[in-house]
Design a protein. Structure first.
Length: 128
């Protein structure tokens, strides 16, 4: 391997690590915001806060899926060998619906947000 190829691999690994870190950060924010809204709904006995927890759950789910999709695209780019003498390209294929929904319903993504949505729904229903 040449120094250029090693640098290419290091750069791609850094991109993949950044996407994974973004996904982890989003999960942390999602749990914090949703838990805070659910706590407010319990404290004030106001079901609107539990209902409002649905919106950040869906928004964070979408963002998390996006970063996982991008991480997978960069991993695929890492798998492809570069042609000898060719310039390195870091362009990934465009976001397709199947790639996005594949990431959204990944085992590492959907349980957190589905559980949050179920809890928010149960609290909203029980407070009526």
């Amino acid at each position: 391997m040449t120094d250029l190829e090693i640098k290419r691999i290091e750069f791609l690994q850094n991109l993949i690590s950044r996407m994974a870190q973004n996904s982890l950060t989003i999960k942390g924010w999602a749990v914090t915001v949703i838990a805070a809204l659910l706590a407010f709904s319990n404290k004030d006995s106001d079901q609107r806060f539990a209902f409002l927890a649905v919106y950040p759950a869906l928004a964070f789910w979408g963002l998390d899926a996006y970063y996982l999709m991008k991480e997978r695209q960069f991993r695929n780019l890492l798998q492809k060998p570069a042609a000898a003498g060719a310039e390195f390209s870091f362009l990934v294929e465009g976001a397709t619906a199947s790639a996005y929904f594949g990431a959204a319903f990944s085992v590492t993504v959907w349980p957190i947000y589905a559980f949050s949505l179920i809890i928010a729904s149960l609290i909203t229903i029980s407070n009526r």
